[in-house]
Design a binder for this molecule. Structure first.
Ligand code: ZN
Length: 430
């Protein structure tokens, strides 16, 4: 199954409180409004049943196949969780584990209105296959760690082959260079990753400043804070996204803004792993930093429900700033839908306009909300999306003009659950 673009008509929808219809040709929106003729050449019709059309959610940071690890090592802090619960099992991962773990993640994301995500995980070709089969979009980076045996040559060859393979997938897949973190790569490894991304014109996706210890260690080893260290290596640019950014200070935020890089905040994973801080969003916003929202993997979240995380994001920002105006709800919604970072919203490719997803000429990526869920029935829609809704509010999900969920039904649902359970059992996780 491939996600070939389709022609589509959407009827009985609502946009900004007005009844509208919408047509799609070859995966692009061709008309939208109250007087749209939907009797033309569309091959398929989606009845919105009075539901609101909405921009879709974009998950700026995850490890999709880690759905397999959901509930494993739940009560451990970050480094013990990685060393004791995750890395030993990952040593036995097969491509089919990653494939079905990712299909499970895609199923959850489709049901929650997320149409694209930034991924960092092993066996990236299996992830890409799963994303294509699911019909979603993804920016996929094989994680870069310093090899434990010191054999950089073999590691680099494998990595470059993986990137070449990813570039051979269709236009729903974008390759990225994904150095895991500054504490799992030495300076030479990070310089190599920077050069690789530059030579191949690929985005960079890295974890940064997740824990305070990471900052302390960086200052001790390199005499500067993490963002300045990355900048010294030439890694900060409009093509770079930094996951977490919990411990970034004002000077680092100004530097990141100046370089045009993005910070993707993952508030739920940060709270679960008890990193004891929050990304300083209001300060970052004032400095002009591009911002996105992510779930992180289901191993540390434990869900991929970006609507649920959006509420936590808005709440933790208000709470830590002791300021009810710390993040306006329109701003929170724009961040969750990838419209405060052209890198994240465009899924690594400037060709995909992310600024206004529901306009003529934009890719036909959108969701329809369920008009019958009580939490969306009254009041301001943006407020409901930020503070009331969870994934169950999404009725239909459309990507590239193709209906991936209609009335909450997703093709292949049962098989995906069965196969993911088999893979989890094989790994001794359930
Ligand atoms: Zn992560």
């Amino acid at each position: 199954m491939t996600a070939s673009p389709r022609n589509l008509a959407v009827t009985n929808a609502v946009l900004d409180g007005e009844p509208v219809s919408l047509t799609v040709e070859d995966g692009l929106i061709t008309s939208i409004g109250p007087d749209v003729d939907t009797d033309g050449s569309s091959t398929e019709t989606l009845d919105a049943r009075g539901g609101s059309l909405c921009p879709p959610l974009i998950n700026g940071h995850t490890h999709a196949a880690m759905t397999l690890f959901r509930g494993h090592g739940d009560d451990l802090p970050l480094m013990r969780w990685l060393q004791e619960a995750i890395w030993p099992v990952e040593a036995n991962l097969e491509a089919e584990d990653v494939y079905w773990g990712t299909r499970l993640a895609c199923l959850e994301m489709i049901r929650g209105g997320t149409i694209g995500f930034w991924d960092m995980y092993w066996q990236p070709e299996a992830t890409a296959r799963a994303v294509e089969d699911a019909g979603l979009r993804a920016v996929i980076g094989p994680p870069v760690f310093d090899p434990p045996d010191g054999d950089f040559e073999t590691r680099n060859r494998t990595l470059e082959e993986q990137l070449r393979n990813l570039e051979g997938f269709g236009d729903h897949i974008q390759a990225a260079v994904a150095p895991h973190a500054i504490y799992t790569n030495g300076t030479a490894g990070l310089e190599y990753a920077t050069g690789l991304a530059r030579d191949r014109d690929l985005p960079i996706h890295i974890h940064l400043s997740e824990t305070e210890q990471e900052v302390i260690d960086c200052v001790k080893a390199h005499g500067m804070r993490p963002a300045f260290y990355l900048d010294d290596l030439g890694m900060l640019s409009e093509q770079a996204t930094l996951a977490h950014g919990v411990w970034l200070d004002r000077e680092e935020l100004e530097l990141i803004a100046d370089r045009g890089a993005t910070v993707t905040t993952n508030p739920v994973a940060n709270m679960k792993l008890a990193v004891a801080g929050a990304f300083p969003c209001a300060e970052a916003s004032r400095a002009g930093v591009s911002i996105a929202l992510g779930t992180d993997g289901a191993g540390s979240n434990n869900s991929l429900d970006l609507l649920a995380d959006l509420k936590v994001f808005a709440l933790i920002q208000r709470h830590t700033a002791a300021d009810a105006e710390a993040i306006p709800m329109e701003e929170a919604w724009a961040i969750a839908t990838g419209r405060r970072s052209s890198l994240i919203g465009g899924l690594g490719r400037p060709g995909i306009p992310a600024s206004d997803p529901l306009t003529v000429g934009a890719p036909a990526d959108f969701i329809v909300l369920d008009p019958d869920v009580p939490e969306l029935a009254l009041g301001n829609l943006t407020s409901s999306l930020v503070y009331s809704a969870s994934s169950s509010a999404v009725k239909d999900t459309v990507v590239d003009g193709r209906i991936l969920m209609e009335n909450r039904e997703v093709e292949g649902h049962t098989e995906i659950l069965d196969r993911a359970r088999e893979r989890s059992t094989r790994l001794g996780l359930s």
